[in-house]
Design a protein around this ligand. Structure first.
Ligand code: HEM
Length: 559
């Protein structure tokens, strides 16, 4: 009882101080002469229609649909930008304006790091991993990871891994088509994406986990950690999760337990690789490529004695030149954080994109059939293609996948409506003014909103809510890309997603394989229902995506 009372008193006093600061800050930001900008415009949309405490209630009322709520308000704003000021929260500029995005992500990138308020939210889970880092720590990881992702041989390796992992997926679908059993496609795709990223980034097959970790336990821990971390950012009052964390109670207790499981997995991966390196390299069963995985590159960096460069796998990688302490960048903790960032980057994004893609196909069967025809056409053309007669075991070659224009368009169209990363935030280092005239004070959070952008009349036209892959192809049927600041699904500018090409290889390979063999439908009783979108760092479907699997009577593959 005493504790509850103390908690309540602490809350009241913090609220009073915050109220004072809030009023003061409001005064400063609304007087351009005080804030240092002569042109600043404060837009008065969305939650600003509510008085100070009212905005808190509105926030609370919409807490389970804050993504949709923000999208509605952004659509109402003539500049596609709103300013959110609420008690207990950082002043936030929310934007879906492509010019503003280019400004934040490219032109004035230096002024918009992720910032402490963002990194604090994800720190327990991601530590200083690339997703949660700024400055030199980020630069170093970006540089090393770029070597990996820009390498030509990565593409072939990804293709090989994806084919292997798809081979595990197909028997499940065959089995379900024969037994009539319903499958949770979201879970299966997540497992597929997890296996793929572990093999590509760390040279580890999660099948190796058996006996040490139950993969389901790890998957569960990752889900809980992602969901509760996202919950922190959506909390109307940030102080509440901070206090719960301090007291290790409720959701914060569950989060720390889940994080412990995830961390232990990452440490096990590191221990395994260290022992491989100390045993003189990879085991006989490991391929050459596994020595070049991202984790190995970082480890070579840590074990080199040179102070200036690290000569690993034929690359000269600047290390101390980055200004990052060797001990920092090569400690087990640092490697652990890097691993977790990559797991999240590779597991939840592609599986989210594919889940929503297959759901949209189930209500737009003509799109699925058009994709099938495209694949059948490419396979039929194989007999005339000299190269394809090679004995490659790959179901689809890279070249064939490049020619799947309609499939590419359909995946982009699906991500336009359901971007895996729904929103993303930066924090201004200095006062600034966005191209649409919105004043951004030092410390302001600037959030861009790919979900709102994908549903914006002003950007995509009156049919923006319709699923129409045709909007991405020209009259010759070729895919036409859009500006990354309009279609910001992979972010644009300096921190653009490093795994974009890998993601497309993965998604197109799985989609093409599944579509050429099966038709997937939700069970009859849920066909008319739109699944609920939940924000768990990525866009998930509440309750998963149950599907009934029907095998096609013919496939385009030669028998
Ligand atoms: C459909 C799939 C994917 C989508 C939509 C996507 C989207 C994004 C977005 C929006 C960001 C920026 C996040 C931020 O700065 O907060 C990002 C960054 C990143 N992505 Fe992806 N991603 C996808 C797949 C992948 C895959 C498969 C990988 C491979 C591991 C990957 C690796 C990364 C990395 C390393 C970054 C950090 C870049 C940096 O901060 O410099 N992504 N991605």
């Amino acid at each position: 009882m005493n504790l509850v009372l103390q908690l309540a008193m602490a809350l009241v006093s913090v609220f009073s101080v915050q109220l004072l600061f809030y009023k003061l800050r409001e005064f400063i930001t609304r007087h351009p002469s005080c804030s240092g900008s002569g042109k600043g415009v404060i837009l008065k949309y969305g939650p600003n229609r509510y008085p100070l405490v009212g905005s808190l209630f509105a926030f609370w009322k919409n807490r389970r649909r804050h993504i949709e709520w923000a999208a509605e308000m952004l659509a109402e704003s003539p500049t596609q930008t709103i300013v959110v000021e609420r008690l207990g929260g950082i002043r936030t500029v929310l934007t879906a304006n492509p010019e503003n995005l280019e400004h934040i992500l490219k032109t004035r990138f230096d002024n918009y790091p992720k910032g402490n308020p963002f990194t604090a939210i994800l720190h327990d889970l991601l530590g200083k991993g690339i997703f949660n880092a700024d400055g030199d720590t980020w630069k170093l990881q970006r540089k090393v990871a770029s070597y990996e992702f820009s390498s030509g041989s990565l593409r072939n390796f990804v293709l090989k891994v994806v084919e292997e992992v798809t081979d595990r997926l197909l028997p499940m679908l065959h089995n379900a088509s024969e037994t009539g059993r319903c499958l949770n496609l979201q879970d299966i795709l997540q497992r597929f994406a997890f296996d793929t990223i572990c093999k590509v980034a760390f040279g580890v097959d999660p099948a190796w986990l058996d006996g040490r970790f139950a993969e389901s336990e790890l998957a569960g821990a990752l889900d809980v950690a992602a969901k509760l971390s996202a919950g922190r950012s959506a909390a109307p009052i940030q102080l509440v999760w901070k206090m719960k964390r301090m007291l290790n109670i409720g959701s914060e207790k569950r989060l720390s337990e889940a994080v412990a499981v995830v961390h232990e997995f990452a440490m096990e991966v590191i221990r395994r690789r260290r022992s491989q390196i100390s045993n003189g390299g990879c085991t006989a069963s490991d391929s050459k490529w596994e020595q070049s995985d991202l984790l190995s590159r970082f480890m070579v960096l840590s074990s080199t004695n040179s102070n200036s460069t690290c000569k690993g796998h034929g690359h000269d990688m600047p290390t101390d030149a980055m200004g990052v302490e060797r001990e920092d960048c090569c400690s087990d903790e640092f490697l652990r954080d890097m691993i977790i960032s990559f797991i999240l980057a590779g597991r939840d994004t592609t599986s989210s994109a594919l889940t929503w893609f297959f759901w949209l196909l189930s209500s737009h069967p003509h799109v699925g059939e058009a994709i099938y025809k495209e694949i059948a056409h490419l396979i039929a053309a194989r007999s005339q293609d000299i190269d394809s007669s090679s004995s490659s075991p790959v179901l689809f070659s890279y070249k064939e996948m490049q020619n799947m224009h309609y499939l590419h368009a359909s995946i982009c169209e699906s991500m336009r409506l359901y971007p895996p990363v729904l929103l993303d935030s930066k924090h201004a280092l200095h006062n600034d003014v966005l191209p649409d005239g919105t004043f951004v004070g030092k410390g302001t959070r600037v959030t861009y909103h790919p979900y709102a952008m994908g549903r914006m009349n002003a950007i995509w036209g009156a049919d923006c809510l319709q699923f129409k892959p045709e909007r991405w192809v020209n009259k010759d049927g070729h895919f036409v890309p859009q500006s990354p600041f309009k279609f910001a699904v992979f972010q644009g500018g300096v921190r653009v997603c490093l795994g974009k090409e890998m993601a497309f290889i993965e998604m197109k390979f799985v989609a093409a394989t599944v579509i050429s063999m099966f038709r997937l439908q939700p069970p009859v009783d849920s066909r008319q229902r739109t699944p609920k979108l939940v924000h768990c760092l990525t866009a998930r479907m509440e309750g998963g995506f149950p599907v009934v699997v029907q095998r096609r009577t013919t496939t385009p593959f030669p028998t």
